[in-house]
Design a protein around this ligand. Structure first.
Ligand SMILES: [Zn+2]
Length: 465
């Protein structure tokens, strides 16, 4: 009896105080770089000539009791660790949100600025060498971006008010395709071309689930104000030399038609390292506008049917997995330094250019014997809903594995958080080769370790109720 009472007392002590209300705030800031400025996304020097639509950083801050967390979504190809470290530290100071509770993610727009990395450094250094200055970087964009990210988080924090959350999945099977294929010659090739007769079969899955968290103003009839939409489809559907947020801007446009002109769509890139919009069975490709509108339609239909998240229980866990970098011989590094000059030209095959860039970027991260820190974060909104953020361009198989092992009914897995260390392919893909594995900084197995860490965090959060 005594023991039973003691057990009951322990249970009561471990149980959290009656749930305090969950609050949320959203803020949107402009992060459009100047024109001209180098653009990211391809292996050539490409200058911006205008603005199709302004680039944005959108922040949502959640608060419950003494716990706070922030997620930021940027119209960028990637966020560097230098920028995210500074922004998270400064935003943390301003708002009291611990750095570990802040994830700054990129949508992976290929029509944003090239502001860091081996390719930017190469172009920048050549410009300074040849002209004494880099006329395409007259402003310090990384510093501007950092300040804008801090502003977005600080404004979202100041805007928190009580919120109603619903969450769940929509299904979108029409838009995203695995881009790796087994070919008749026995190789696995990425993007082998539409209607290529040498394709035998696709080499991996897709993820048709669209993860959704809808924020509404409470009341008799809750009014939707913002929504996290996570979908696994590479953002390279616009092209050209004008800045653009790619298909998520048309997704937002479509959702605004359904939910009101002030609705904010927070787009999180799902794990889409091996996915894109190219359907090899067809001759044509869907336009950026069509993709955004179709996804918007799917999401708008699903939103009213989402389930309430249950009693909110905001908590965050994070961990860092240090993964060995790829190793290269001295000859390979020396060759890569020479080959950097051929990037964007036609006297070196594409994969040779990619390899040179990957090798030089790997050297900048420490080279042989060094590790790359992969920071994983898990945000619990309630016992039913969690969001995981991962760095890099993650293969879809890993996102699917994380979701399958998650104890949460709804789990959003969002990539390119806080750092962009290239592709994070599966061991299977490393054995098969092709573009994504050549353009990876990590050794085989590193991405699986990261996924295991994410699953561990989700299980911890699932148990700690
Ligand atoms: Zn890409």
């Amino acid at each position: 009896m005594k023991q039973a009472l003691l057990f009951l007392a322990l249970c009561l002590a471990a149980r959290p105080a009656p749930a305090e209300a969950l609050k949320a705030g959203v803020a949107v800031v402009d992060i459009t770089p100047p024109v001209p400025y180098r653009m990211s996304g391809y292996f050539s020097e490409r200058l911006s000539t205008g603005i199709k639509d302004p680039l944005k950083a959108k922040a949502v801050v959640f608060e419950q009791g003494g716990v706070k967390a922030a997620l930021v979504f940027c119209d960028l190809v990637g966020v560097t660790r230098a920028v995210s470290d500074k922004a998270r530290a400064a935003a943390g100071k301003a708002t009291g949100i611990p750095k570990e509770h802040i994830a700054i993610t990129a949508t992976h727009s290929h029509t944003g600025p090239l502001y860091a990395g081996a390719l930017r450094d190469w172009f920048h250094e050549r410009a300074v060498e040849e002209h004494g200055e880099d006329s395409y970087e007259k402003t310090d964009y990384p510093a501007q971006l950092t300040a804008a990210l801090v502003k977005a988080i600080t404004e979202a924090d100041a805007a928190v008010s009580e919120v109603n959350l619903t969450a769940g999945y929509a299904s979108e099977e029409r838009l995203s395709f695995n881009r790796r294929f087994h070919m008749k010659d026995g190789e696995v090739r990425f993007n082998p071309g539409q209607q290529n007769p040498n394709i035998v079969r696709v080499a991996g899955p897709t993820d048709p689930r669209v993860g959704l968290v809808l924020l509404s103003k409470p009341g008799e009839k809750p009014a939707p104000t913002a929504g996290i939409v996570s979908f696994a489809l590479h953002l390279d559907t616009t092209g050209g030399t004008e800045y653009s947020g790619d298909y998520p801007r048309f997704l937002e446009k479509n959702l605004r038609t359904a939910l009101g002109p002030d609705f904010v769509s927070l787009f999180g890139a799902g794990t889409c390292g091996d996915l894109n919009h190219i359907d090899v069975t067809r001759k044509d490709r869907r336009s950026c506008e069509e993709i955004g509108a179709m996804l918007g339609e799917t999401v708008a239909v699903a939103l009213p049917g989402l389930a309430p998240i249950g009693e909110p229980a905001l908590a965050v866990r994070s961990t860092t997995v240090n993964v060995p970098l790829q190793e290269y011989t001295e000859d390979e590094v020396a060759q890569a330094r020479k080959d950097m000059a051929k990037i964007g030209k036609d006297n070196l095959p594409f994969l040779g250019q990619v390899k040179a860039y990957a090798i030089i970027d790997t050297q900048a991260r420490g080279g042989n014997g060094a590790t790359v820190p992969l920071e994983v974060q898990a945000f619990r909104l309630s016992p039913k809903v969690a969001v995981v953020t991962l760095p890099g361009e993650v293969f879809v198989e890993l996102g699917l594995a994380i979701r399958a092992a998650s104890p949460f009914e709804t789990t959003l897995v969002i990539e390119l958080a806080n750092d962009a260390p290239g592709y994070l392919p599966t061991k299977k893909a490393f054995a098969e080769g092709s573009y994504e594995t050549v353009n990876s900084r990590i050794q085989p197995g590193g991405a699986e370790s990261m996924a295991d860490a994410a699953i561990m965090l989700l299980r911890e959060l699932g148990d700690a109720r």
